[in-house]
Design a protein around this ligand. Structure first.
Ligand SMILES: [Zn+2]
Length: 209
């Protein structure tokens, strides 16, 4: 067991000065944005006087749980998904901030669920998760040099995607061309009908004259 966990286990109750504090986690259903979300509540209970107390790390964990629940309730990316995106493309906190904005420490705060990202930031991140090639475009715009391996991975991914969808594109093109041929045939036949009608009309006028 590490030292800090030991200290937490043997923390003395500041209320009675006799008992030891034991950490607890209680899960409560909380309604946020019309959704019932299970929210963990971290606290400690004294085994002597029964006092319930929250230390600073428990209080931080509670705040983060609340922010994470807010994100979940509003359909925003969880901190861990944002961290996964940054790690996958080998971006430092600074590089991520240069690419996406949000300030120098913004990213670590999104990742740790210290703050809720804006909807605009969320959309930008989601577009990069769905289509990593956007990262290359962003890097060019913001003049951030991506890790060579990241660039290779993204390009290889784009290439794989192109190969995977090539047969579908081919089919779409063929069906579009077939439709176009059909439309042309119909138009030509309509033109022919129109000409016939014009001729008939002219001959009626001629006959009447
Ligand atoms: Zn106590």
């Amino acid at each position: 067991m590490n030292e800090s966990a030991n200290r937490q286990q043997s923390a003395q109750c500041p209320g009675c000065g006799e008992g030891a504090l034991h950490p607890h986690i209680e899960h409560n259903l909380t309604e946020i944005n019309g959704q019932n979300i299970s929210l963990p509540l971290h606290y400690s209970v004294c085994d002597h006087c029964g006092a319930e107390l929250t230390n600073s790390s428990q209080s931080q964990a509670n705040k983060r749980a609340m922010v994470a629940a807010e994100k979940q309730a509003h359909g925003l990316l969880a901190g861990e998904s944002i961290r996964a995106l940054r790690k996958q493309y080998k971006l430092s906190q600074i590089e991520a901030a240069q690419l996406f904005g949000g300030g120098k420490v913004g990213f670590s705060r999104y990742e740790n669920d210290d703050i809720v990202q804006s909807q605009a930031m969320d959309s930008l991140l989601r577009l990069c998760i769905a289509h990593p090639h956007n990262l290359i475009n962003l890097a060019a715009i913001r003049q951030v040099s991506l890790h060579a391996k990241t660039r290779q991975d993204i390009q290889a991914d784009a290439h794989r995607l192109m190969i995977a969808i090539a047969p579908k594109v081919q089919k779409l093109l063929e069906s579009a061309m077939a439709n176009e041929r059909k439309n042309r045939a119909v138009t030509a036949s309509n033109d022919l009908q129109h000409d016939k009608f014009a001729i008939t009309e002219r001959s009626v006028w001629k006959a009447a004259a």
